[in-house]
Design a binder for this molecule. Structure first.
Ligand SMILES: [Zn+2]
Length: 205
């Protein structure tokens, strides 16, 4: 299926580096004369660093603005129009972008954070433009809406393990990695440990 063309791991396009040529020149010069970089080259390096900084700030601002955008077909289609400069087949483009957001849990401003991410993920092929509405809808139908990806702490079994007070099918409840699922669980686990230690001591004495 067309939808699977994009890599599962990142799904996003490699960025085009507008300064690649200059970077290469500077690198080549550095290699040739590692100790004595020419003034011209040093100046160029400063320029590259400056432009990189400005570009990074702009990227961050744009990504932040995206986090404030409510995901609706209407806002998405406006975004697509602005980022891709294309206003044809907007409805289909919007369906595609919505597909990645809903079926992968990708978030605006996080996994989808640059203008080229938006234009790339909403790009329609000539086949897709030519197909009927129903075929297109079937191709890009979201089969299962996935919750947005979370940056929260990694969850694992409650630190009390088998002593967890909320065992379910003999599995401890989930808690942030290395922690107890509730204060009660923590207290009771520590109390058991304390008693066990005291028991060992009384046997030794
Ligand atoms: Zn627990």
């Amino acid at each position: 299926m067309e939808a699977e063309v994009i890599s599962e791991s990142t799904g996003l396009v490699p960025e085009v580096d507008p300064l690649a040529k200059f970077r290469a020149e500077v690198a080549a010069e550095k290699e040739a004369k590692p100790s004595a970089m020419s003034d011209r080259s040093a100046e160029r390096l400063r320029q590259i660093n400056y432009e990189d900084r400005v570009a990074k700030q702009n990227e961050e601002k744009f990504a932040y603005a995206l986090t404030q955008v409510e995901v609706t077909p209407d806002t998405l289609s406006k975004l697509i129009e602005r980022c891709s400069g294309k206003s044809s087949d907007l409805e289909r483009r919007t369906s595609k972008l919505l597909f990645w957001i809903q079926s992968r849990g990708w978030r605006l401003g996080r996994e989808i954070k640059a203008p080229h991410d938006i234009s790339f993920l909403s790009e329609v092929t000539s086949d897709e433009i030519a197909m009927s509405d129903s075929t297109f809808a079937a191709t890009w139908r979201v089969k299962k809406i996935v919750a947005p990806i979370s940056d929260g702490p990694k969850m694992e079994d409650c630190r009390a393990g088998k002593e967890c007070k909320w065992l379910k099918n003999r599995r401890p409840r989930q808690a942030p990695a290395g922690q107890f699922c509730t204060p009660i669980c923590r207290q009771s686990f520590l109390a058991v440990q304390k008693r066990a230690k005291a028991g060992v001591r009384s046997v030794v004495n």
